[in-house]
Design a protein around this ligand. Structure first.
Ligand SMILES: *[C@@H]1O[C@H](CO)[C@@H](O)[C@H](O)[C@H]1NC(C)=O
Ligand SMILES: *[C@@H]1O[C@H](CO)[C@@H](O)[C@H](O)[C@H]1NC(C)=O
Ligand SMILES: *[C@@H]1O[C@H](CO)[C@@H](O)[C@H](O)[C@H]1NC(C)=O
Ligand SMILES: *[C@@H]1O[C@H](CO)[C@@H](O)[C@H](O)[C@H]1NC(C)=O
Ligand SMILES: *[C@@H]1O[C@H](CO)[C@@H](O)[C@H](O)[C@H]1NC(C)=O
Ligand SMILES: *[C@@H]1O[C@H](CO)[C@@H](O)[C@H](O)[C@H]1NC(C)=O
Ligand SMILES: *[C@@H]1O[C@H](CO)[C@@H](O)[C@H](O)[C@H]1NC(C)=O
Ligand SMILES: [Fe+2]
Length: 435
């Protein structure tokens, strides 16, 4: 009978639909692999699939790469289970637009695309940078999504505190590079570690990557605050960081990547009106562990000539004059950011989250150059080895640029009072030669 056929078809559709739901890729995002010509695609499904595949190519899905999946059980009472899939696309062709989807024969994602950078030394990478984008009140997301899909950025730096269901709106189109924030703390950062795939394989806590003339280092400031998970992550990161900085300062490396930029979630300095650690003089990340003052980051980053430090956590924007140990070291009074004599810090945690805007103290500290409570995000463009341009976009003011400055450096490397560890550099040089 004809209507039986229809019911069969409907049942059939329903079943297929039901299955697809369990096997449908969710939370698709991409990141750079060990270099900018490698892309790691990560996604999750509710149930296990027979395999984890990315079909991709320039102009069509002509290539295929298989990866691995891993069951992930979160630490909650309901033991929520999902499968995290990772596929690495290697040896991508420079300066090309790739289309891709991911999944398996049991269900595919939408089609997405990404572009690869040119393989030239005059590439001028353009990044969007922000922290603290929540599920609720993700105010800047619409503007960022529109800009990302229009192709104005090359990559995103998300400086901690995520919305896990942010999904594919921008992170499926642009390498989405991250560091952990305090919101990621639950169950020893396991959600963060399993669901993001950053380079280096140290469980996404810290990594570095060269993007054009920039050596970008991402660290976890949270290892200073959640000592309940042990001292080991902190010590391990500090040693890794010192090694990475020494390597980045080998003349042959610093020549190619003169800019050393560090990102981490909690700032060393801020002039917000709250009781966060950055309002204290002896910030843990700045001076290190209480009393002992071991593992302080300010000296380390200063000694190895870091140019720019990007933080978030405060739900506002703040730009500092070049600073070291609470002293301002302008390049000159007229041009503070031309050959600054200490690192420059910005705090950009105002992408939008449910906690709302952060207030500032009434008396402005001498080191604070500009503050804003507007929701928004930062753009960074590296023109070359001597010129970086930064600007702050206000979402409240419909995309207006509320702050812009050039960071100009004719010479990179040690600052006037740097205690660069030359022995360490020699050790690195030997290690490199032995490779
Ligand atoms: C998915 O997994 C759940 C729980 O493990 C199971 O009950 C369900 O039958 C699975 N669904 C499919 C379509 O395999
Ligand atoms: C980029 O160019 C260099 C030098 O010409 C070459 O060695 C390298 O293989 C190229 N990389 C890619 C991904 O094409
Ligand atoms: C938390 O995870 C780190 C690895 O990232 C590990 O070294 C540490 O021992 C863990 N801490 C606890 C309490 O499980
Ligand atoms: C930083 O300044 C304080 C005084 O405010 C001083 O005691 C301390 O020695 C300085 N630290 C360094 C590393 O110069
Ligand atoms: C640094 O430069 C800014 C801008 O000219 C100025 O307002 C500030 O007072 C300077 N700070 C010092 C210590 O020179
Ligand atoms: C900032 O100050 C305003 C006005 O005093 C207050 O309503 C608001 O709750 C404050 N915001 C925070 C995050 O404390
Ligand atoms: C670097 O870029 C800036 C801004 O476009 C430009 O003024 C400067 O001349 C460039 N320097 C070099 C060495 O190309
Ligand atoms: Fe935070």
């Amino acid at each position: 009978m004809w209507w039986l056929n229809i019911i069969q078809i409907l049942v059939c559709i329903n079943i297929i639909h039901g299955d697809v739901f369990w096997y449908q890729p969710e939370q698709v995002h991409i990141a750079y692999g060990d270099n900018i010509f490698e892309i790691v695609v990560t996604w999750s499904t509710f149930n296990d699939t027979s395999n984890s595949i990315v079909e991709y190519g320039i102009g069509g899905l002509v290539l295929q790469e298989e990866g691995v999946s891993k069951i992930f059980v979160d630490g909650g009472d309901t033991r929520h289970t999902q499968y995290i899939h990772k596929v690495i696309l290697r040896n991508l062709t420079p300066d090309s637009r790739y289309v891709y989807h991911c999944g398996s024969n049991m269900g595919w994602s939408n089609l997405f695309y990404f572009k690869t950078p040119p393989n030239t030394s005059d590439w001028q990478p353009h990044l969007a940078i922000f922290g603290d984008m929540g599920n609720e009140n993700a105010q800047s997301l619409v503007r960022l999504q529109e800009e990302a899909q229009r192709g104005i950025y090359d990559a995103i730096l998300h400086v901690g505190d995520f919305a896990y269901d942010m999904d594919s709106s921008i992170s499926a189109y642009l390498p989405y590079m991250t560091c952990p924030g305090n919101h990621e703390e639950k169950y020893n950062f396991s959600n963060y570690r399993e669901r993001f795939s950053m380079p280096g394989g140290s469980e996404s806590y810290m990594f570095s990557i060269n993007i054009g003339p920039m050596h970008i280092i991402s660290i976890s400031t949270e290892v200073y605050y959640f000592l309940n998970y042990g001292l080991k992550p902190l010590v391990f990161q500090y040693q890794w960081l010192e090694d990475d900085l020494a390597k980045a300062n080998l003349p042959e490396n610093r020549e190619k990547q003169p800019w050393i930029i560090v990102m981490g979630h909690r700032p060393m300095y801020c002039s917000n009106l709250n009781n966060d650690d950055c309002t204290h003089h002896e910030t843990l990340t700045r001076v290190g562990l209480p009393f002992l003052h071991f593992f302080g980051l300010e000296d380390l980053l200063y000694n190895y000539g870091v140019d720019l430090e990007i933080w978030a956590h405060e739900h506002s924007y703040e730009r500092l004059w070049p600073i070291y140990n609470y002293t301002v070291y302008n390049g000159s009074y007229e041009q503070p950011y031309v050959n600054p004599r200490a690192p420059v810090h910005i705090v950009t945690g105002s992408a939008g989250c449910k906690e709302g805007r952060e207030n500032f103290t009434i008396t402005r500290p001498a080191w604070s150059a500009l503050i804003s409570q507007d929701y928004g995000y930062t753009r960074l463009k590296a023109y070359n080895g001597s010129h970086l341009h930064l600007e702050q976009v206000s979402d409240d003011k419909d995309g207006d640029i509320i702050d812009a400055f050039w960071l100009v450096k004719e010479n990179h490397g040690s600052y006037p009072f740097s205690k660069m560890d030359w022995a360490k550099l020699d050790e690195m040089r030997l290690k490199n030669l032995n490779l």
